[in-house]
Design a protein around this ligand. Structure first.
Ligand SMILES: [Fe+2]
Ligand SMILES: [Fe+2]
Length: 200
């Protein structure tokens, strides 16, 4: 099928819009997290933003490569959610958006691409969906811990490390102030084991 007449062209434009939004949202959230004192979560959100912008850039390239004229304006209709960047709201709503992308919208776009004769595009969309699933799980785990006020507590001793100076200690809860560099608790890395146990 001619790419320029395909549904896939429009779907790629929708993915591009979604990825740009996600990337912007994570940058806003990273700022909010920092102002709430959660430096480590802020760093994690910046890493997610970087992933989203890489997805956006890749999709942008795919569209450009296939266009006849080398440039085009693709009209799309899509949802543009607006929500406060405060962590108590944004972590769980962003987790939901990621889940919807990973499990519904991107797999359906991949199917259309495959049916329209663009298997390579379908493959890339499914790869992105897989990444979005890891984003969903991570944001969901952060949301649960944040809401329960358990980011820095654990039922068993666990290894906490400072993202600033690298100091680490085994205990049930992380220090209020790092014994080495004296940076506050928000710099403590939430251990991967702790997050993984909350993934679903
Ligand atoms: Fe993405
Ligand atoms: Fe994502």
């Amino acid at each position: 099928m001619d790419f320029n007449k395909s549904k896939t062209k429009e779907n790629l434009a929708r993915i591009f819009a979604a990825e740009c939004q996600d990337g912007a949202r994570y940058q806003f959230m990273a700022k909010a997290a920092l102002s709430e004192g959660y430096s480590y979560i802020s760093d994690q959100l910046k890493a997610l933003a970087k992933n989203e912008m890489a997805h956006a850039s890749m999709i942008y390239g795919l569209i450009l490569e296939k266009l006849d004229k080398g440039k085009d304006n693709v009209p799309i209709e899509a949802g543009y959610p607006f929500e406060p960047s405060l962590l108590k709201v944004s972590l769980s709503t962003s987790a939901e958006i990621e889940e919807y992308e990973a499990k519904n919208i991107y797999p359906s776009f991949a199917k259309v691409a495959k049916d329209e004769g663009f298997p390579e595009i379908a493959k890339k969309i499914l790869f992105i969906a897989k990444v979005e699933e890891t984003h969903h799980q991570k944001l969901n785990a952060f949301a649960k811990l944040y809401k329960a006020n358990k980011l820095y507590k654990n039922s068993e001793p666990i290894l906490w490390s400072c993202s600033n100076c690298g100091h680490s200690e085994m205990s049930k809860s992380a220090w209020q102030k790092c014994p080495l560099c004296e940076y506050p608790q928000g710099y403590v890395i939430v251990p991967q084991d702790k997050l993984t146990s909350l993934y679903q």
